[in-house]
Ligand binder design. Structure first.
Ligand code: ADQ
Length: 742
């Protein structure tokens, strides 16, 4: 707020300063012109006066001069000097030697001035400065029988010319000062209170019209009324266009083959849920507020759950309950931990849950990420089951459930979408207090085999917690099958394999695949080409760009990807100096040792491979250990020849889908791990086993030599599948299935 005011103030001062400068220049030029004219006029008058004087004096002197009566000449001079108040007079012979001069006559320093006048036989004048005074010396040749025999110098004090010019400048400066004060004041007032106020008022009014907080009429001050009127008309047409888009979307609702959009989802939700609000519960929040150099900023954290759910919330509105992890999260939320987001254009409510460091350690770092995450991913990292972590996990799940239950105290049949493995116990906790709530749980990571899940000491409690949901969604049918096997092994229940449901404790839970996706069309689609300087700024000049984008997580197979590249450079030396793998890796879960060690391993492998092949001009791997914005990533997706997704195991992997969505040119090749859920959806990708460097290298070679027509064919296939099953359709199908359950 303060920064905004300062910025506006600077703008006002800038405009005022500019105007003052313009006035100063104009007045300055005007004064200069006036001074020049005055000088010319005064000088010309002085010259003609001197000429007249010199002529009449010459007439008196020439007879005496002819008779060489020096004393007579001297007398004439003295009399003239005193009677005409001259500064001096002098008569010189034809070699320039003084014949008779008045006392202390100021003459030009260059003695040749007088002889030059005689040589040219042309009268001339010159200004002379002496003792702070200015004199004008006019020299006239004297004649005898038309022959120049000497010269007469008439000297007048010309200081008054300087004084007169000085007065002109002084008067003009005073006038300028006065004008500047009046002018600057007027402009300041005009800009600050008339333009600025009116424009701010109009912007505010326009914003509330855009957000639908008021009708279509934009208001401004009377000064801007015509403009405000025009904008109102445009807003009205926009509103009408929105309305007809929404009508169209409503009409298309039942047409299966038309693409899903945010608008269509909105209409669908209206039709299906009437006015029932949607609640989302997840560990991670979509917007984190953090202090950067004493300023509060917000960022969207890197991660698949946020990428998937955010567009749905933007389209449908509702409340998203999540852990507030940013160091400025409390300051930016109200007393209930709530704020409207997205910050730029609020569309739904984010309610933050506050956790203690001990809870974060046990529930998040401990049980969620050090036990469940490795348990569900086959990445050969041993899960750590600690009783104290489990207790915190139970406690925090209870806290999330309680927060939700308070929020829906007055809501009938609330709909809630519980996200991911951090909150497995929440569905049963909700159902226990609110049997009328419709609960869906989405499991964003793989579900392992029953035998693998069996090693978890609290498997039964976890499964029973999940079975509180009416619907459990997984990315693939395989994960649903694994889940059913696990339930059959561990929980006393009846399994209905025909409908893929479980009866447990008089409650039926359905398990279904809903392959998660991204918002496409939407921000994933680029409207303009990538910024070509991006690679130059990273020092990448290679002919071919290979790209990896991941959280720095051991399931993502980053060192394996590097070894695939190493294999390629060994097997096909022709690629040395020609290809660079740009790896964007955002640090994640930093407080867990395994993640620190993994980050070090990735850095060490980068160094090793760069040391092995790199030259002064070229590095095979460029590692960027930071988070990129979605817009920056889109540029890179568009510039890449090959995108590498080599997860050792991955629920879905949205980077693969983002790459396809960004390629409006239908070029580029996706090399994709067969162990990522996305390999089921993206049929145009080159599938690999990431554990085999040889296979990765062979796929890279195929990708780098793939004809354009083949690339187009494959990319088109992938884009069609992402467009047809985008995140809007994903959520529509999930919500539709849930709402039809009872
Ligand atoms: P993640 O494991 O986080 O998600 P993924 O699906 O690939 O993995 O999504 C990552 C998201 O974060 C993408 O939108 C990507 O653009 C972004 N991202 C990754 N690295 C980034 C970086 N360096 N800078 C900025 N953004 C970055 C989990 C599961 C996945 C599943 C999703 C959704 O592990 O298997 O696909 O949830 O269900």
């Amino acid at each position: 707020m303060f920064a905004g005011t300062m910025r506006r103030m600077r703008q006002v001062l800038f405009v005022t300063g500019g105007a003052v400068l313009a006035v100063t220049v104009i007045v300055g030029l005007f004064a200069l012109n006036q001074a020049n004219q005055e000088q010319l006029e005064l000088t010309s008058r002085l010259q003609s006066r001197s000429q007249v004087l010199a002529d009449s004096l010459a007439e008196s002197i020439e007879p005496s001069y002819n008779t060489k009566a020096t004393s007579t000449v001297q007398r004439v001079i003295d009399r003239f000097v005193s009677s005409e108040r001259l500064a001096g007079l002098g008569v010189f012979d034809n070699s320039g030697i003084a014949v008779a001069v008045s006392e202390d006559i100021p003459l030009p320093e260059d003695a040749r001035f007088i002889t030059d006048v005689m040589d040219s036989d042309e009268p001339q004048g010159a200004f002379v400065r002496r003792d702070g005074e200015t004199y004008y010396t006019f020299v006239l040749p004297l004649h005898e029988n038309e022959r120049v025999v000497g010269a007469l110098a008439v000297v007048q004090n010309a200081t008054y010319i300087d004084e007169s010019i000085g007065t002109i400048w002084r008067d003009n400066l005073i006038r300028l000062l006065f004008q500047v004060i009046v002018f600057a004041g007027a402009i300041f007032v005009l800009v600050r209170w008339v333009f600025h106020r009116s424009i701010s008022k109009m912007v505010k009014s326009l914003q509330s019209v855009r957000k639908g907080e008021k009708s279509d009429t934009v208001s401004g001050s009377s000064f801007f009324e015509p403009l405000a009127g025009e904008i109102s008309k445009v807003t009205k047409s926009l509103h009408q266009a929105r309305h007809s888009a929404s009508e169209e979307a409503r009409m298309r609702l039942e047409k299966i083959d038309s693409p899903w959009t945010a608008e269509r989802l909105k209409e669908f939700i209206k039709a299906y849920l009437k006015d029932r609000p949607i609640f989302v519960l997840s560990n991670g929040e979509p917007y984190v507020n953090a202090k950067v150099k004493n300023k509060i900023e917000w960022r969207v954290p890197a991660g698949g759950v946020v990428t998937a759910i955010e567009p749905v919330m933007e389209a449908c509105g509702g409340t998203w309950i999540a852990y507030g992890s940013g160091d400025a999260d409390k300051e930016t939320a109200d007393a209930e931990g709530k704020l409207k987001v997205p910050p730029d254009e609020p569309k739904y409510t984010l309610k933050r849950v506050w956790l203690t460091p001990q809870e974060v350690k046990g529930y998040y770092n401990g049980f969620s990420n050090d036990a469940l995450w490795p348990l569900c991913h086959m990445a050969h990292v041993r899960p750590q089951f600690r009783k104290e972590d489990w207790l915190e996990y139970r406690k925090v799940n209870g806290l999330f459930a309680k927060t939700f239950l308070e929020e829906v105290r007055h809501v009938e049949r609330p709909i809630v979408l519980v996200q991911d493995y951090h909150l497995a116990l929440v569905p049963a906790l909700i159902k226990k207090s609110r049997p009328d709530a419709q609960v869906a749980m989405f499991w964003h990571i793989p579900w392992p085999s029953a035998a693998q899940f069996n090693i978890c000491p609290w498997r039964k409690e976890l499964l029973e917690g999940m079975l509180g949901a009416d619907l459990i969604g997984f990315h693939t049918q395989q994960y649903c099958n694994n889940f059913m096997d696990t339930v059959a092994n561990e929980v006393e229940s009846r399994i209905d394999l025909e409908h893929f449901s479980v009866f447990h404790d008089d409650h039926q839970t359905f398990a279904k695949p809903f392959p998660v996706s991204i918002a496409y069309p939407g921000s994933a689609e680029a409207t303009e080409g990538p910024d070509p300087d991006v690679l130059e700024n990273l020092g990448i000049r290679s002919k071919n760009l290979l790209l990896g984008v991941d959280r720095l997580d051991y399931i993502k197979g980053i060192p394996e990807r590097f070894r695939g590249l190493e294999f390629l450079l060994d097997a096909y030396p022709q690629y040395r100096g020609k290809v660079t793998l740009l790896q964007i890796a955002s640090p994640t879960r930093g407080s867990l040792d395994k993640y620190g060690e993994y980050a070090n391993l990735v850095a060490a492998e980068t160094e090793r491979i760069n040391g092995k092949f790199g030259t002064r001009e070229w590095k095979p791997i460029v590692l960027e250990r930071r988070s990129y914005s979605h817009a920056e990533l889109r540029d890179l997706y568009q510039l890449a020849d090959v995108c590498l997704v080599t997860s050792l195991h991955d629920g879905m992997n949205l980077v693969a889908k983002e790459f396809a969505a960004a390629r409006g040119d239908e070029a580029g090749v996706l090399v994709l791990s067969q162990f990522a859920g996305a390999s089921r959806d993206l049929k145009g990708a080159l599938l690999i086993n990431p554990y085999s460097a040889e296979e990765t290298s062979a796929a890279l070679h195929t990708a780098l030599t793939m004809p354009k027509t083949e690339q187009h064919k494959r990319m088109k296939m992938m884009r069609t599948s992402v467009r047809d099953y985008n995140i809007y359709r994903w959520s529509a199908e999930l919500i539709k299935t849930l709402s039809q359950l009872g």
